[in-house]
Structure formats: C-alpha cells, structure tokens
Design a binder for this molecule. Structure first.
Ligand SMILES: [Zn+2]
Length: 326
C-alpha cells in the first residue's frame, strides 16, 4: 500500500473493439490531478461528456459494469478499472470515442502492459483509505460477498460452475501491483458457446470471439491455445472484483471474501459499505520507525452517508441493482 496518491507520468493510447458493439474504439489514458479520481470522457459526444468512475454512477451490472451520467454511458469498465486499481493508480482521465471500453484479449493484461510502460507518478496528496473495522456482508441467494477487518487489501474468491472444465475453484491473494500483474491481470473472461450464441442473436457480444474470451462447449475449451492457467476462471473473477472495487472511489483496507459473485453483488457490497459507516473508518498510511502503520483520519465526510469518497462527486440516485435476464 502507498501513502501517497499516484497518477501516470504521461498519456498512453490503445485501441480495440467493443465486446457488444463490435465497433472499433480508441482510448487514451491521461495523467490527472490529485483528488480527481478516475474519470471517463466520451470524446465522440459534443460537448465532451465526463463520467466519474464511481458507484453511484452505475446503471447496469448484468453482463459488465456500465456507468452513466446525464444519459451518456460507458460500458465494460471493469477490466480497465482493474488494471488501474491493481497497479495503485488513483487519478487518471480515460478518453474514449465510443460507448464501450475495448475488450482487448478479454483480460486486463494489455492495459497493465501500457500503463507499466509509462510508469506511475507520485502525487503530493495522501491517499485516504476506507479501513473496515466490522464485517460488512452482501448476500443474494447463494451468492455472498463480505469484507472483514484486515491490515491490508486481501481478496479471496470462489466459484462453482456446473461445467467439467471449471467446477469449484478458489483463489486468494494479498493485493500488490506485482502480484496483480503477475497472477491476475492476464486471466481472460469466459463464456459458454450457447450463451454467446444467444447474446449474438440479441445483438450483443457482436465483437466477441475466441480472440477475446475463453469459450467453452460441451467438449471443453474451444480456444486452440487452451487456458493460460488451469484456474484462469477464478483468477478472472478476482480481476473483476478488483475492477469493481475501484468504484468505491478510494482504496479499501480489508479482506474481501466472495463466493459465486458477479458485478451485481460486487456493487451490492459497495452499497452496503456506504450504508454502514459505523463499520469502517478513514485511514492513511504513516511511518512509525521502520514500520508502516494505518493511522485513523479524522473526517466529517462519513456523516454524508453515501458520499464516502474523498474525491467528491455529487450523488446521483444509487443503483439498487436489477434482475439480470437468465
Ligand atoms: Zn470480466
């Protein structure tokens, strides 16, 4: 964990196609001032539309995490946000000329690759972090996500699919930019052939192919190159959690334990955190001799309920989640 906020040293560009639209998208990630957080800018709209990457801006969590402001939206934010969050980048402006972040190879690897090339830049402001002091839980049938007190950022994730290639898998790690880049960033998203066909019949996943997802049929993995890790599926779920946690607006200090969750439940946990300010406190990292300690930060922002983020963004109606089509 870092005491200070970070941005990137200079702008980087990357291009790809949107998973659902199948259309080309150009994306530029630019350095941003301290306390500005992560913001998306739709450059194809006149005047340019700014959408903060924040939980109150989420409007859809069915297939991916979509955020929106004033009816302008950005879909599939999670893999890029995972790259930024995983590498400890607090402030950045992401310009894109379409409604969807490019899917690249279905992982966060290409984003991590370009971000690491330009390096991080330390900023003068300290990071205010949300340290969980009492367990907070979000439950949705047998899908459960909780965060427990822990002196650091740890994520444990478990999945259970009825497919022979997957079944039960679990993965746990103490998050650092090194471990994120080495163990998590390259894990690809996955789907089942019949689901992909159904989506495409409905005009979705038009950009989806074996180049940007693991696709499985009854016989197994259809991708010629096979899997990158035998447990690539659960690693990707952990990647999605890192991405969705970025929408809290500041780093979370605690142990997140997720079982069979998706974007809807991840957002459910963020809303539960916002609704229970008695279960966490703002902290900053301080040096005490040779050791780093988490020191309590006196703040009045918690009194504002849902507006927990230090990068103040006026609240919009909170997204309560909706039933995703089966
Ligand atoms: Zn994903």
């Amino acid at each position: 964990m870092n005491k200070y906020q970070h941005t990137i040293k200079k702008a980087v560009r990357i291009g790809g196609v949107g998973l659902h639209s199948g259309k080309p998208v150009k994306l530029t990630i630019r350095p941003a001032k301290a306390n500005s957080g992560i913001r998306f800018v739709r450059t194809d709209i006149n005047p340019e539309a700014v959408i903060p990457a924040f939980m109150t801006r989420v409007v859809d969590t069915c297939l991916a995490t979509t955020i929106s402001q004033d009816n302008v939206s950005v879909a599939t934010t999670e893999h890029l946000l995972a790259a930024l969050n995983g590498l400890g980048i607090d402030n950045a402006t992401i310009e894109l000329d379409g409604p969807e972040v490019p899917i690249m190879d279905g992982s966060a690897g290409p984003f991590v690759h370009i971000l690491k090339k330009v390096h991080r830049r330390r900023q003068k402001c300290i990071r205010k972090m949300v340290k969980v002091t009492k367990e907070i839980i979000f439950q949705d049938g047998d899908r459960v996500i909780r965060v427990l007190p822990y002196n650091g950022m740890k994520i444990t994730c478990e999945i259970d699919f009825m497919h022979d290639m997957i079944r039960k898998q679990s993965y746990s790690l103490v998050l650092s930019s090194k471990r994120f880049a080495e163990e998590i960033a390259n894990a690809r998203t996955f789907g089942f052939l019949d689901e992909v066909e159904k989506l495409q019949e409905n005009g979705l996943a038009l950009g989806g192919s074996l180049d940007n997802a693991i696709v499985m049929d009854n016989l197994g993995v259809m991708n010629e190159e096979g899997l990158r890790y035998t447990d690539e599926f659960v690693r990707h779920k952990l990647l999605d959690i890192v991405g969705d946690l970025a929408l809290l607006g500041c780093p979370l200090v605690g142990h997140v334990v997720a079982s069979k969750t998706g974007h809807t439940q991840h957002l459910g946990l963020l809303n539960a955190i916002a609704a229970h300010p008695e279960c966490w406190e703002f902290v900053k990292l301080e040096k005490n001799g040779k050791n780093n300690v988490l020191e309590h930060v006196v703040t009045t922002t918690k009194a504002a309920g849902n507006m927990i983020l230090p990068f103040f963004v006026p609240p919009q109606t909170a997204f309560a989640g909706k039933t995703c089509p089966a």
